[in-house]
Design a protein around this ligand. Structure first.
Ligand SMILES: Cc1cc2nc3c(=O)[nH]c(=O)nc-3n(C[C@H](O)[C@H](O)[C@H](O)COP(=O)(O)OP(=O)(O)OC[C@H]3O[C@@H](n4cnc5c(N)ncnc54)[C@H](O)[C@@H]3O)c2cc1C
Length: 309
């Protein structure tokens, strides 16, 4: 432990974290960031981003995240590529433990994102970001006139399937049961869409690929284990997201699913602890919205620090 007390520690290095870093560095707060186990965040998994303003030709995810980091570091953001193990927000200054070392800070901005839940079927790792995605808004347009699968039975799955019919020639929605969690209106919208076929009692046993990428899947009927093959060049897994908040050990208030609740603007239930990006966002989950919230959290932290004097 050092005697140093930082003004602001930022946890997480996705678009929310780097934007918070850029703003707080430019406000001369000398921020310290712990980038975490996935330096650069979820966009490191994607090859083409076409919906972030300012890139008319699109940009690769890793390339964009390297640029965000460079920009924030240029103004003084200090980044350590380490994971935060636990925190103590019960008294000020706040304590943050990283690889056994204790760091202290007057304020903290949590930007740890939300992991998509994947199926874990055979062959999935190889096709992630190549044919298999968890975000139709992000990747749907890459599948024009192609046949795609959507896996899931909730509102997100219905929404993704309906959205994908704008691009795909056919959308097959697979669900492991014949009872849907989706609201009636969303389910019926999907059911009545001529481009969508709904198949119940289907799980993905494994993904198939050829030299061009994803080519299909082996489906299993969970009732009797029988299998069939289906061809597709794209697949969207829509079975939920899990916000990364376990290291907080319930020290800030979250909703039932674990998303951090913002109390006043971006401030959490703990005075001086702020949160931004997918870790608070149950709805939009986009790079631009995460970056926008990162900006808000940095401004909120700066004003809060000023008010403490
Ligand atoms: C395959 C895919 C494609 C996508 N494509 C697009 C797209 O084209 N356009 C778009 O706008 N959005 C896209 N998205 C969504 C976008 O990636 C997210 O909305 C965005 O990354 C959220 O940013 P964030 O900063 O909140 O969190 P994330 O990017 O999820 O970053 C979270 C960060 O927290 C860190 N972290 C977690 N736990 C700890 C810890 N204990 N200690 C320290 N650090 C920690 C991780 O290392 C990571 O750096 C895509 C998502 C996926 C999965």
């Amino acid at each position: 432990m050092t005697d140093e007390v930082r003004n602001v520690i930022i946890i997480g290095s996705g678009p929310a974290g780097y934007t918070a870093g850029l703003y707080s560095a430019r406000a001369l707060l000398e921020p310290l960031m712990f980038a975490g186990y996935m330096s650069g965040g979820q966009l490191m998994l994607t090859s083409d981003i076409e919906n972030f303003p300012g890139y008319p030709e699109g940009i690769g995810g890793p390339e964009m995240m390297i640029q965000l980091r460079e920009q924030a570091e240029k103004f003084g953001l200090e980044v350590q590529d380490k994971n935060v193990e636990r925190v103590d927000f019960s008294e000020k200054p706040f304590k943050v433990w990283v690889e056994g070392e204790e760091f202290r800070s007057k304020s903290v901005i949590i930007c740890t994102g939300a992991e998509s839940i994947w199926l874990g079927a055979e062959g999935e790792e190889e096709q992630k970001g190549r044919g298999i995605s968890t975000c139709a808004t992000c990747d749907g347009a890459f599948f024009r006139e192609q046949e795609v699968l959507v896996i899931g039975g909730g509102d997100s799955a219905m929404e993704e399937a309906t959205f994908l019919t704008r691009f795909a020639s056919k959308v097959t929605l697979l669900h492991r049961r014949d009872v849907f969690k989706a609201s009636k209106v969303m389910y019926e919208r999907a059911l009545n869409n001529p481009k969508i076929e709904i198949k119940t009692f289907k799980t993905v046993r494994s993904w198939l690929s050829d030299e061009t990428g994803l080519s299909g899947a082996v489906l299993e009927d969970p009732r009797d284990g029988s299998t069939e093959e289906i061809s597709c060049t794209g697949a969207f897994i829509a079975i939920g997201h899990k916000p990364i908040t376990n290291f907080l050990e319930e020290q800030v208030e979250t909703d039932e699913a674990g998303y951090i609740l913002a109390k006043t603007h971006t401030m959490t239930s703990v005075d001086g602890v702020f949160a931004a990006g997918d870790v608070v966002d149950t709805r939009y989950r986009q790079a631009i919205t995460a970056a926008g919230m990162g900006c808000q959290a940095a401004i909120d932290a700066e004003k809060w620090l000023e008010d403490q004097h």
